[in-house]
Design a protein around this ligand. Structure first.
Ligand SMILES: NC(=O)c1ccc[n+]([C@@H]2O[C@H](COP(=O)([O-])OP(=O)(O)OC[C@H]3O[C@@H](n4cnc5c(N)ncnc54)[C@H](OP(=O)(O)O)[C@@H]3O)[C@@H](O)[C@H]2O)c1
Length: 308
């Protein structure tokens, strides 16, 4: 019998690596996604040594040609789960190889290509988990205290290509570009769930806020000298602050969403860890989900049916 895998993007660091290790502990075959072949191979070797099936998915999400090559190399894999986890929180006004704003390009657009390309590889009962964040919620005080402002939706095309945006439709702060990309992640999950509903597919799509995790590499752009004291403070606060978690805790939640029967058939949910909650009002606007679905497809060069 063919094995069914769980594919995790961004598996070589932080939450993704924790999730892979937790899946392997439960004997679940994994596809290890990462941008560098050497780090992907190091992890696939670790998984293989544990006697669990493993395949590499080498793709730099800041370069769609690399994503297409990685998908081609991956071939015809059967999936019981897909975790769109890779992400970056960059304050730099940088562009991907395809000219997209870097946070939106990596966190959203590249994943749109991956999710669409692998949709028919998902087995009945499969789960898709898209990593969002509480930073997309306008009333999330922890995010505001951590210095990440609420999102500003400017339209998918303007977010992807800010250099072409009409005046006033460009986000200047990198922190807002990040929080807005995480609003887009919820809209992306909703669009994909709507597509599966339209096509009668038995696949659940979740958008997850894993909580503020101080033990991952997401804050890598914080000045080096500031990282150790901030991390120490974060470890001290984590047990006492709701919505702060270590990545091991979040990884166990992810694995529950991917594997446990209780989550099957729920349809779209936004979760804080394992607690279903309402995403932001913007994230529930159907016209924004449809806009992202249509415009992201055009931007990454795929053809998608209209959402009904
Ligand atoms: N940490 C938090 O507090 C927090 C809170 C809410 C949501 N999240 C979300 O959780 C997810 C995981 O973040 P994390 O905290 O585990 O961060 P992390 O430790 O920085 O891990 C991010 C992963 O994404 C990969 N990645 C980044 N750019 C990539 C690219 N161009 N191509 C392919 N892979 C790329 C990284 O690869 P390398 O290993 O090669 O660097 C790494 O494996 C992200 O989507 C993040 O937005 C995190």
């Amino acid at each position: 019998m063919q094995e069914n895998f769980v594919l995790v993007t961004g598996a070589t660091g932080g939450l993704g690596r924790r999730t892979v290790r937790e899946l392997v502990r439960r004997g679940v075959p994994v596809v290890v996604g990462g941008r560098r072949r050497d780090t992907v191979e190091a992890l696939t070797a670790e998984v293989a040594a544990a006697g669990v099936g493993c395949l590499p998915f080498v793709a730099d999400l800041a370069d769609l040609a690399s994503v297409r090559r990685g998908l081609e190399e991956l071939g015809d894999v059967r999936l019981r789960g897909l975790v769109a986890n890779a992400g970056m929180n960059s304050r730099r006004d940088a562009r991907t190889a395809d000219g997209f704003e870097i946070n939106f390009g990596v966190n959203v657009l590249a994943h749109q290509l991956v999710l669409w390309s692998l949709r028919d590889h998902l087995e009945p009962g499969a789960r898709v988990v898209v990593l969002s964040s509480g930073v997309h919620e306008p009333d999330n005080m922890l995010a505001r205290r951590a210095g990440i402002p609420a999102p500003t939706w400017m339209g998918a095309r303007n977010l992807a290509l800010p250099d072409d945006a009409e005046p006033g439709r460009r986000i200047e702060a990198g922190t807002v570009r990040y929080s807005t990309s995480k609003l887009a992640s919820v809209l992306q999950a909703r669009g994909l769930q709507a597509h599966f509903r339209d096509t009668g597919r038995d696949v659940d799509v979740f958008a997850v806020d894993p909580g503020l995790m101080v033990d991952t590499g997401l804050g890598r752009e914080i000045p080096r000298w500031l990282q150790p004291p901030l991390r120490a403070l974060g470890y001290a606060l984590t047990p006492f602050v709701a919505n702060m978690r270590l990545s091991g805790t979040s990884a166990r939640s992810m694995v529950s969403l991917l594997l446990d029967d209780g989550w099957h058939g729920r349809g779209f949910q936004y979760l804080d860890g394992l607690r279903p909650k309402d995403p932001s009002p913007d994230a529930m606007r159907d016209e924004l989900a449809t806009e992202l679905w249509t415009q992201s497809a055009e931007l990454v060069g795929i053809t998608v049916p209209r959402l009904r």
